[in-house]
Design a binder for this molecule. Structure first.
Ligand SMILES: [Zn+2]
Length: 476
């Protein structure tokens, strides 16, 4: 390790321990769920409290030239915009060069199943893990981004002009982000590097760069057959169950035996470099080993490469919500009038989400069985993203910084999740390099119960970013 690496590591460690962890405890305690889950977010004020906390924290940092603003466009969730002018000889030599650092502060809702002694709004530090909603997804990002810049300055490294964007609508699909990107277009101009701290990692041993993200579709599928529920002794057999009709509709889009989705519009040709990357990662990594199966249960395939491809390049369906069905202890013998579900479909990175949605709508709404009323509402779809190849300077910077901080060189992988923001930025800035990384690794369980932030990894990622900022300013 060079002196600089030691200096950065020490500064990052100290600030994380004394300043960031206490702030993150405070942040986790705020139920600032995304607007989609809290339509009255403005009255409740939780998002504003989280914004205030991050804004105050950032304002106190020893970062040369730092400006911190909270911008609110009418009818939108606010956005924190922080700007730091170029620093150091290499940075100031590139006056037009800009790095964008992105994160979000809104959260997923509570979810059930938290272990005793843990809870979504209850920060608990247990060894390396800081439990609670939003610490890892994505509350740490604002603090880590700001500290990476601070650490680079503190160690006498360089960086170009940096703009840190912390949005508050990501978990709702980033509906407010395009308006802000548009409003800030002059200030953002054309960044040459985008750093996004909202992604995952396959282990906590090295830096993982995300090279693709899945797109997604969500919508509510509703089947109505009666105007009101009727005694099942009277109606069943004559009236089709709305549940059975719904099952039939699902069979049109998904093979119930294999889980394979049937619509060609949802599939893409998997690029050969991504297949090779999956095969590489599969040598010492099997996704299924890190998932909480019940005793006796196992994955859809034992082939580790195919698991990686199914999690990144093949479309999948999850049913994430249900309506029209009472809970078990209130189930009477009635033929229910309606059954509705929320469909959540993950799409391959290069699939066109709008085309996929149109195909889905066409197939689900065609020829409704028994003339039932079938509707598909609340549609939302977003394209995925497939990264441009790393420039050599970035490839080297990631490898070396990961080796110096984590002890192992970096690796790249496809992420199963979606970050709508990435698709938007990739389209807006086709010339930029992207480092998409994060700490959502094995067991961290973002969106589920028992979410935790793996603190050592968050520190290491922060240090790596400081080095990447410097390498970016110094690149040929
Ligand atoms: Zn996130």
């Amino acid at each position: 390790m060079s002196t600089t690496h030691v200096q950065i590591a020490a500064h990052v460690e100290q600030v994380w321990q004394t300043d960031i962890l206490p702030a993150l405890h405070e942040y986790i305690a705020i139920p600032c769920v995304s607007a989609m889950f809290d339509p009255q977010w403005a009255e409740h004020g939780h998002l504003h409290r989280a914004i205030g906390l991050i804004e105050r924290w950032c304002r106190t940092r020893a970062v040369a030239g730092l400006s911190v603003e909270v911008i609110t466009l009418p009818g939108r969730t606010p956005m924190i915009v922080m700007e730091v002018p170029a620093f150091g000889a290499a940075g100031t030599a590139r006056p037009d060069d800009t790095v964008v650092l992105y994160g979000h502060l809104d959260k997923q809702p509570e979810m059930t199943g938290w272990r005793d002694g843990l809870g979504p709004w209850m920060p608990v530090l247990d060894g390396d893990r800081l439990y609670g909603r939003g610490g890892a997804d994505d509350g740490y990002s604002a603090f880590a981004s700001m500290l990476a810049i601070e650490a680079a300055q503190h160690a006498g490294l360089s960086h170009t002009r940096c703009i840190v964007l912390i949005e508050a609508s990501e978990e709702s699909g980033s509906p407010d982000l395009p308006a802000y990107l548009h409003a800030l277009a002059d200030r953002i101009s054309s960044p040459s590097l985008v750093l996004c701290l909202d992604s995952g990692c396959l282990d906590y041993e090295r830096l993982w760069a995300t090279t693709s993200l899945r797109g997604m579709i969500s919508a509510q599928l509703r089947v109505e057959i009666l105007t009101e529920g009727v005694h099942s002794g009277e109606a069943s057999g004559v009236v089709a169950s709305s549940f059975r009709i719904l099952r039939g509709l699902l069979d049109r889009i998904e093979n119930v035996e294999t889980g394979e989705l049937r619509l060609p519009e949802l599939h893409v040709e998997i690029p050969s470099d991504r297949r090779a990357q999956s095969a590489d990662t599969a040598i010492d990594f099997t996704i299924a080993d890190h998932l909480p199966f019940v005793d006796g249960a196992g994955p859809t395939t034992d082939d580790a490469t195919e698991q990686l491809l199914r999690q990144t390049w093949r479309p999948t369906l999850s049913v994430t919500g249900v309506d029209g069905i009472p809970p078990l202890d209130q189930a009477g013998n009635v033929l229910r009038p309606t059954t509705a579900i929320t469909l959540s479909i993950r799409l391959p990175p290069t699939c066109e989400a709008a085309v996929a949605y149109a195909a889905l709508e066409r197939v689900l709404l065609a020829d409704p069985p028994y003339g039932a009323r079938v509707t598909l509402t609340h549609p939302h779809h977003a394209d995925g993203w497939n990264a441009p190849s790393f420039a050599p300077w970035l490839q080297h910077a990631l490898r070396d910084a990961s080796e110096a901080t984590f002890g192992l060189p970096s690796r790249a992988f496809g992420e199963g999740g979606s970050i709508p923001f990435m698709g938007m930025l990739a389209k807006m800035f086709p010339g930029a390099q992207f480092v998409v990384t994060g700490v959502l690794g094995p067991g961290s369980n973002a969106h589920g119960p028992n979410e935790y932030l793996h603190v050592p990894s968050a520190k290491h990622v922060t240090a790596v970013l400081a080095h990447v900022l410097d390498a970016h300013a110094r690149r040929a």
